[in-house]
Design a protein around this ligand. Sequence first.
Ligand SMILES: [Zn+2]
Length: 463
Amino acid sequence: MNSITHLGGEHCVTGSCHLLQANGINILVDCGLAQGNDSKSRGHVPVMCTRFFEEWPIQPKHIDYLFLTHAHIDHTGRIPELIQNGFAGEIICSHPTKALLIPMLTDAMGFTDLSEKEIHQLSKKIDEFSWGFEYGHEFKLKKGITFKLGRAGHILGSAFIQFKISAQADAVTPLEDLESSDTYSIIFSGDLGNKKTPLLPDPDIPDPCDLLIMESTYGNRLHENRENRLERLHAALTRALADNGKIFIPAFSLGRTQEILFELDRLFSREEWQNRRIPVFVDSPLGLKITTLYTNLSSFWDKESRGLQQNGDHPFDFDHLYSVPSFKDHAALLDIPGPAIIIAGSGMCTGGRIIDHLISGLPEPQNDVFFVGYQVPGTPGHELSAMSHQPTNVYLQGRKVQIKAKIQQLTGYSAHADQQGLIDWVQSMPSKPGKIKLVHGDPKAQKELRDKLIKIGLNVIEP
Ligand SMILES: [Zn+2]
């Protein structure tokens, strides 16, 4: 019997994992780790963000293919555990995702109890199992199933995945309660980005489909104008640097770090900034590794970035940008005076080098923290970003830290489409999808988006 089972990230934004069983083939789409409150219980209610392997309808060893929409840990983080539990199938993703996967997972495994030898062995297996594919081409899987990757505009390598399934004589039960037909198609949106994202081509227009499984992170919100975000960044930097303080930017190593560098590069190319030469430090070994990979993957950049590069201007590198690979240099960086901009992980302040900067820098009123992305409730990043303008304290790794620094949220940098972006993407399809199932969003966001989609005549499955 053909079916789809959501094993994670159905009504929350992390831990994405969906099982598609069709024509006797078991396909997993993403295998992500739950983060923040998604990984805890709320009061007495356990959050069913991801299911334990024991609760899965099939064992990991029976999964034939694992498709990855992109290399963020909330979509890939359980792969090592999946392999330890017997998975030995093929991992299919875009070429950039294949390149980004190993460094991302190797870094993530460093925060677990795994020994160095185990990490090395698992990384080797992930490399052996995984294959990069082109965007926009249809490839045959087996038993009448084909797949095609489309650009999702979320991070480099991000893809939405379309499966076409021909009904087989031995498995004619239609998926969900889809109309019975010879071939039906399903699209998994993965994380959908925005148009005009630095470095990335805009999301592709999806083909028509019978079932669309779509993310809904910002299903109930509209982003602030993205057009003049560079002006807002200019204003925020001018304000923050007026007293020669330091600016800390907590950032994901993958995607956000390169986006910020791109924006700073654009700004610093302007005459008014050229004499100031504010030092920018990327204090993140993983961020540096990924930034180098982003450079190597320049054939996947958008036209604007490729054009800059062809004219001799690397789009996210400038001469007062410094890397901080070693821990010794990181420790020295804590004591340098401002003005300076320090980009470090983790993006939601759950760990990493940003914590040392916050512990030493938050009590100083001349410093600033810029948040540039979604902060999952339950993370220190969420707690801090909600504190804007209110001098108080925060606990970071068990230490009470006084906050005198200013905290601001920079808008216009979300890596996810907002409500209108999601609606526009669906409406860009040549014909209405047969049905839509919303995932990857909290219930409030899903309800509001569902109401909007129904209003414009779309068929949205009940949560
Ligand atoms: Zn993502």
